[in-house]
Design a protein around this ligand. Structure first.
Ligand SMILES: Nc1nc2c(ncn2[C@@H]2O[C@H](COP(=O)(O)OP(=O)(O)OP(=O)(O)O)[C@@H](O)[C@H]2O)c(=O)[nH]1
Ligand SMILES: [Mg+2]
Length: 355
């Protein structure tokens, strides 16, 4: 009766057929495919690796463990203080007039990580967040201002977060920013497949540790932040984040360690990019971009740049599977990962000469 009696889309159908093909192959070659599927999350600092890692844990267990939630309480409040400090310092540099300059001076003396969250901290934070000068400063796009991606989200929830018996929600945990140092690992299952997911720190000084996790990698999941086109690195104000990410991606694709690994590329922070591109033109930072201030055209250009950078050591283009993602959105990551896991398995099977 044709397509009218089913709601299955063409993409769903392709995915289902791909799934079945992999299952048939796995059944047929059960013995041969006995090694662990190891996925390594790579990418520069703040590209979203740990957020993807947290999502996978959440999707596996349906909730974060008590210890994680408790530890996030202080981290979320610390994120709020450090974001407001960054805005206040920026307003000074940009000469933006504040309604509460004395309170701002007091706030600037706060030490991130050492400031105990009291009723006074909450009141001062709220007063300054509502200051028209703070709002004006936020509107000015300054590549050197280190304001976290979750700044507006946390400030919008300030009353809830300020309460004495505040307990972080799942979304708060996903939005909290903690720089990764060292390595975190988690095992999880998608359908019939078992995966080991490894998360490492992406800032320059952390990358020296990457070599320790390079053995037997089935797949590299490389995260890059779409909003990085107009931001400089925290560790080097002279380098644009997207340029750094592209160079890093090129190194990863050329590395002999990942010769056999499949390469998955996440163009992350799509939600923020979609907003940013309307006011901050890509052409200001990438002068060869001739397109409009519009996300689809801009992403096509960025994708092309990354795919061109993704060559092996013989300068031959590698097969790269790219996705546009919003890592803080659980539904989005769940959807994307079911497709990613199939791609990874298919590539792994091809790698052991089965397809
Ligand atoms: N709005 C939004 N925020 C995101 C997205 N992905 C990540 N973030 C936020 O960006 C910040 C940095 O993300 P992380 O996952 O810690 O980045 P990372 O790559 O692990 O960084 P390092 O550990 O320093 O290498 C966190 O506050 C996340 O909540 C996204 O798609 N959208
Ligand atoms: Mg991290």
């Amino acid at each position: 009766m044709g397509n009218s009696c089913t709601s299955e889309t063409l993409e769903d159908k392709e995915e289902r057929l791909k799934n079945r093909r992999i299952e048939d192959l796995l059944r047929k070659h059960k013995q041969a495919f006995d090694h662990e599927v190891k996925i390594l999350l790579l990418g520069a600092g703040e590209s979203g690796k740990s957020t993807v890692f947290k999502q996978m844990k959440l999707l596996q267990d349906n909730e974060f463990d008590h210890e994680t939630i408790q530890s996030m309480k202080e981290i979320v409040r610390d994120n709020i203080v450090s974001n407001l400090l960054a805005i206040l310092r920026s307003s000074k540099i940009l000469n933006v007039k504040l309604e509460h300059p004395e309170e701002a001076e007091k706030y600037i003396s706060y030490k991130i990580g050492l400031t105990k969250w009291t009723q006074e901290t909450y009141k001062l934070t709220k007063m300054l967040w509502e200051d028209s000068g703070v709002k004006e400063t936020l509107k000015i796009d300054d590549p050197k201002r280190m304001i976290g991606d979750s700044c507006s989200y946390f400030f919008d929830a300030l009353d809830r977060i300020g309460e004495k018996d505040y307990v972080p929600t799942n979304e708060d945990v996903l939005r909290a920013r903690v720089r990764t140092t060292g390595l975190q690992e988690a095992r999880f299952k998608i359908g019939k497949f078992e995966f080991l997911l490894c998360d490492v720190g992406g800032q320059r000084n952390e990358r020296r540790k990457w070599i320790h996790v390079f053995d037997n990698i089935t797949s590299v999941l490389f995260c890059t932040s779409l909003t990085g086109y107009s931001e400089v690195l925290r560790e080097d104000f002279n380098t644009i984040r997207m340029e750094e990410s592209m160079n890093l991606f090129s190194e990863v694709c050329r590395s002999p360690h990942f010769k056999k690994a499949s390469i998955i590329l996440f163009f992350n922070k799509f939600d923020l990019f979609n907003e940013k591109i309307k006011t901050t033109h890509l052409n200001t930072f990438f002068q060869d971009y001739q397109g409009n201030n519009e996300s689809e055209e801009a992403i096509t250009y960025i994708t092309e740049k990354f795919l061109n950078a993704g060559v092996n050591k013989f300068k031959k283009k590698r097969d790269i599977f790219s996705y546009t993602t919003t890592a803080v959105d659980t539904k989005n990551i769940k959807y994307i990962f079911s497709s990613v896991s199939n791609t990874i398995m298919q590539q792994a099977l091809e790698g052991i000469d089965m397809i």
